[in-house]
Design a protein. Sequence first.
Length: 408
Amino acid sequence: MLTLDSLLNQTVRPHKIILVDDGSQDHTLDYARRFARDNDLALDVIRREHSVGKTPTLKYQARNSDADVELVLDADTALESSNFIERVVQELYQGVGIASACGIVKPMREKDRRERIQSARISSFLSAHEDISIYQPGQSWWHRLNRNITNLYRGELYAFLQRFVYRGQMNNFGSITNPVGCAVAYRRKYIQNLFDEYEPILGDDLTNSEDIFIGFAFLSQGYRNIQLQDVSVLSLEPEARNLPKQIYLWSSSFFQSCYYFDDLMRSPFKSLKRWKHRRDEANNPEIQNKRKIKEAYRQPFGSAFTKQYGRPMGWVIFASAAEKVFFPAAIIIMALLQWWEALAVTLIAETALSVGLMAALNKDERMKTIIKGLLMTPVRYLSLLYDAVTMTRFAADLWLTGNRGWRK
């Protein structure tokens, strides 16, 4: 209901809303239909007895819809900005090379849920349907502790990634590595072409997290994934005890996508060739006169170009892969060799840098940000070490078991 209610609050509403019930065993479908009926909201429903996953749904809609834009919105996500759809669609068409657009993601705190449940529309609906009960997370001290840890950790992590890392990627490359999948707008035709190319090879097994694979595929084709800083969504995050599973899905999907798009991954080693190619083009008046599309950050289309010259965003992917591999490995090696002084200096310096950057980004609450960052440092390092577990599992899949059945 929170998701549908946020759609009703949009300055530009979707022309068609499709709810996919992927084999759920709760009352989601019934509640959604009643809420839509009471609020004159046209709702198309796809009901499945057994779950088939998110990726086949994306493929089906991309191939069978005549819409220009496919907006994917998870059921545990609500649009916080009333102009979210208006802005992402607007920015999606600022250039032919833009394939996906998303906004800032924030953890949905219990305070946010209560405020939305108490809004006029939902309060009226619940009063008219006394048999409906809103889902309430576990209220024991253990569940509350897990939720608070999750929201605190994810809040700081998301702020760092989106306000610093992704903003830096946008400023330097005009793209981020992949869209944030809980609320993202795609050019439908681009998604359709993607599935037409990769389904014969991979089927629906587009790694453990489809948005990461899709983001890499777009980059390999010369497209861009953009993130807007002026609109946001609220996402209900899993409890802290479920973080290892979520970290595994994200990290394993990143490694798997690096494997599938190794030409993109090896872009830094093709930089000289790419620089010479750009120089030759810039000095060729005939080519410049033929170039009709001169949008910022424009890249030639096609994976053949990536294979030969790589992409500027390949630097980001290569650096991210190196960090995921070498930093946890260095920590483990120093601990095994009992290099305690070197380990302490490394952890202190890295913590000071990361917490300092977060504090610099949050000028209004610097001291509060520093305290939060220090409190969440143990969780952050545990997640980094779990990346080493993920890397080991991926290496085993790659070189021992030969498993390629990666899917969410």
